[in-house]
Design a protein around this ligand. Structure first.
Ligand code: ASP
Length: 438
């Protein structure tokens, strides 16, 4: 049994957090490959080390004195090293970093030092081998992640060690130039390492006990999700339920390695399992509810539209020509509605309208703003009667007007359009209908 364990910034923000992480790793010797983030916030209003590094490097680029900011970063690590009573110094490392900042080697190098130093401290603390992603995670010369080469190098390298610390967030191009993933990218590193060592599980340790059925800012104390499939996660994440970097799914998905989201501060909680498929049923039929505000609908009407070949294509062509991606397109007999993000749309609205007019010659175009979309997601909905009935019964009982309904053919999600002002009421109503009623 092999486990890859990734710890997020809040799990490594202080010596006390490092101690919790150490206890989690020592408790289970299968936890052999450790992927740390950079130290995150210790308290509300604190600054993440990654942000401190970007800030510090900006001074170096402007040829200003960056020593004070670099010392503040150093103090974050020294606090951890001293708190852990480690006989270990980062003197040489900080010397090299200062030299490279003066040489302006790039913002990616600067940001990557957060994870690099975290990894150095972690390796010393655990007595594990330090493996530098600059040597094992490869980006192409265009800055794209090179999955194939990485898999080859990383699996070969890690096969030599029974345990290792591999810092998250970065790799390098062939010429050695450091490149980071996008923010939150240590999740991707964890997934890459899990694939490389063919782990039995990828544990992703953070500061929440997994995913919740609904957003806790809307629903009080929502229930945790025990199992979610990669597919369901994608649907929920797309609608704003984030727990993991989106690109972290791909490497483990190829190998069907389950991800277990866990809480460093409450390690006894089982967390959420993200899996390829499962016969585990959700207690509530639905797996989760997520949603977003800020959509517009563009309603297009034309008599006899149903028999006009190519009408839909012409309407969508107008959006494509204006560089706007659409979300949903429910259709009626002589009507077709296109949902778009309001922010992307507002500036181009008149261009889109005239393009639709020119290309599709409709009888009427009407725009409605300030709409929200809510996704009710669940593999348990398939072939199950009454799911839609529960949703709409709840919404009508709360006086919420439904503007759009779209059930994906996978029968794994139902998308509902409501006015922005009804968004919170609708989510609470649906949650209560499935979870509280249980
Ligand atoms: N430290 C990086 C960030 O703050 C990457 C990560 O934590 O995953 O985005």
């Amino acid at each position: 049994m092999k486990k890859v364990v990734k710890f997020g910034g809040s799990s490594l923000a202080s010596a006390a957090q490092f101690q919790k992480v150490g206890a989690i790793i020592r408790e289970d010797y299968h936890r052999a490959y450790v992927v740390p983030s950079a130290p995150g916030k210790r308290f509300d209003g604190d600054t993440k080390v990654t942000d401190m590094l970007y800030d510090c490097y900006a001074l170096a680029v402007a040829d200003e004195d960056f020593s004070e900011k670099l010392n503040a970063i150093r103090a974050r690590y020294d606090e951890i090293i001293n708190g852990l009573s480690l006989d270990f110094s980062l003197d040489d490392e900080f010397q090299v970093i200062a030299e490279n900042f003066s040489k302006k080697v790039g913002p990616d190098y600067a940001a990557s030092r957060g994870e690099y130093l975290s990894g150095k401290v972690m390796a010393a603390y655990l007595g594990f081998t330090f493996v530098d992603p600059a040597e094992t995670i490869r980006f192409t010369d265009n800055g794209e992640f090179d999955a194939e080469t990485t898999q080859e190098i990383m699996s070969k390298r890690l096969s030599k060690y029974s345990n290792a610390v591999i810092p998250g967030f970065y790799g390098a191009m062939k010429n050695g130039r450091v490149k980071t993933f996008s923010r939150g990218g240590s999740d991707i590193t964890g997934s890459i390492v899990a694939k490389a060592v063919r782990a039995d599980v990828y544990e992703n340790w953070t500061d929440v006990s997994g995913m919740l059925v609904a957003d806790p800012r809307i629903v009080d104390n929502p229930k945790p999700i025990e199992y979610v499939t990669y597919k369901e996660l994608r649907e929920l994440a797309y609608m704003g339920a984030t727990v993991l970097h989106e690109d972290a799914i791909f490497p483990v998905r190829q190998e069907n390695i389950p991800i277990n989201i866990r809480n460093t501060n409450v390690p006894e909680d089982p967390g959420t399992w993200i899996v390829g498929s499962t016969c585990q049923k959700s207690k509530y039929i639905i797996t989760g509810i997520a949603g977003k505000k800020g959509f517009c609908s563009v309603n297009v009407e034309k008599d006899m539209m149903n028999s006009e070949v190519g009408f839909g294509r012409k309407v969508l062509q107008a959006f494509e020509d204006c560089g706007i991606s659409f979300e949903h397109m429910p259709t009626g007999i002589d009507t077709l509605t296109v949902y778009v993000h309001q922010d992307d749309f507002v500036d181009k609205e008149q261009n889109v309208v005239s393009a639709i007019q020119r290309l599709a010659h409709p009888d009427m175009i009407d725009i409605e703003a300030d709409l929200a979309l809510i996704a009710v997601v669940g593999r348990g909905m398939k072939s199950q009667k009454g799911t839609a009935a529960t949703i709409f019964k709840q919404l009508s009982a709360r006086d919420v007007n439904v503007k759009m309904i779209d059930q994906g053919s996978s029968e794994q999600n139902i998308i509902i359009g409501v006015a922005n002002r009804d968004f919170e009421t609708a989510i609470k109503a649906i949650y209560n209908g499935f979870v509280k009623a249980k």
